[in-house]
Design a binder for this molecule. Sequence first.
Ligand code: HEM
Length: 370
Amino acid sequence: MVYALLLVALAAVAAAAVLRHYLPLLRGGLPKGSFGWPLIGETIGFLHAHPSNTAGGFLKEHVARYGTVFKSHLFGSPAVVSCDEELNHFVLHNEERLFECSYPGAIRTILGESSALVVTGERHRQIRSMFLALVASTGLKASYVASVDESARSLIASWRGRETISFCEEARKFPYKVIMEQVLGLPPDGPVALRILEEYQIFMKGIISLPITLPGTAFSKAVKARKRISETMEKFIEDRKRSPTKQAVFLDVLLANKELTHDDKVAFLLDSLLAGHETTSVLLSILVYFIGKSPSIIDQLKKEHEAIRSTKGKEEPLTPDDYRKMEYTSRVINEGLRCGNIVKLVHRKVLKDVTYKGKNYRQAADVTAE
Ligand code: HEM
C-alpha cells in the first residue's frame, strides 16, 4: 500500500513537472506547431545536417505545414521558431526590454558562463566594449591589412605542390591565423597554435550537438576540449604578466582592463577564437562555392583586383586604401553573407508576456529567430 502511494505521488510530481515544463506552450494564442518526442522534442530533426546555402528540410517542411512562425520543443525547452523577417526584427529591436539573449543549457555549458553570448546586463556591456576595443585596435590600420594580406599569401603558398586541398579546412586556418597573431601575438604555425586549433575542431563539433554527458559523445569531448583550451589561455595570461614583451598585442589591452574578472578575460580569448573560426571561415567557403559557379563574377573580381595590383610592386602588401577601392568585392561578400546562412539562428528568452500580430509569446519561453 505504502509503495502504491509512493508511486502515485512520484507519478503526480513527474506529471506536474512535465506540465510546468510545457505549460508556456499549451496556453492558447500561440502559433501552431508540434512538440515532437517527449524530452528530446524536435531537436534531432532541427539539427539534421543540410547544405549551408539552404534553410534545410526541417524548416522547409515546418514552414510549409505551420507557417513562418511555429511552436516546437528544442534543446530541452519549449520554443517558438520564427523564420519571419518582421518578427525577427521586432525581437532583435526589443533586446533587454522584451527579449533577452539566452542560449540553450548545452551551448552555455560549452561556451562557459562568462562568454559574450551568455552574460547579460552590465557584464555583457563590459565584455562587449572589450570586443569593440578589439575591432577599433585593428580596424583598417595599415599593419592589420598587411598582416591579413600576409596570412592569405602564406596560406595560398602552402598549397603549392599539393594535388588536392580541402578548402573548408584551409579556410578555417585563415581567420584563426589572423586572430592568433592580433590577439595573442602567437605564430599561427607554431606547435601551440596548431594544438589549440585541433582542440577547437573538437570544441566546435560539440557546440551544436545533443547534450549527452556520456564518455565519447561530441558534447562530453567538447566540454573537455574547452577546459584544455581554457587552461592554455590561462597560461598565456600568466606568461604575459610575468614577462611582457615589446610586441604590441591585444592581450595587453585585455589584461590592463580593471572591470573584467580573470574568468571574463579567459572567456574573451575563447570567444574571439570561436567567433572567427566558425563564421569567417564558413563565409570564405561559401564565397568560393558560389563564385565557382559564376565565371562572370570571377572575371569582374579579377578585373578589380588586377587594377589594384597593377599600381603596386610584386611583394608590396595591400593597404587600407586598396581595400576601400574593392567595391565590387565588398558587394560579393555581402551577397555571400545574405545567401550563405552562416549563423543559422539566434536564441532569445521572452522576458514578459508579449503579444505581436495577435499571437502570444509567453514569459520564459524561448524564441529561435532563423
Ligand atoms: C562572417 C563573420 C561573422 C558572422 C556571420 C557573425 C555573426 C554573428 C551573429 C549572428 C551574432 C549574434 C548572436 C546573438 O545575438 O545571439 C554575433 C555575435 C557576436 N560576434 Fe560575430 N560574426 C562574425 C564574425 C565575428 C568575428 C570575426 C568576431 C570577433 C573576433 C565576432 C565577435 C562576435 C561577438 C563578440 C558577438 C557577441 C556580441 C554581443 O553579444 O553583443 N564575430 N556574430
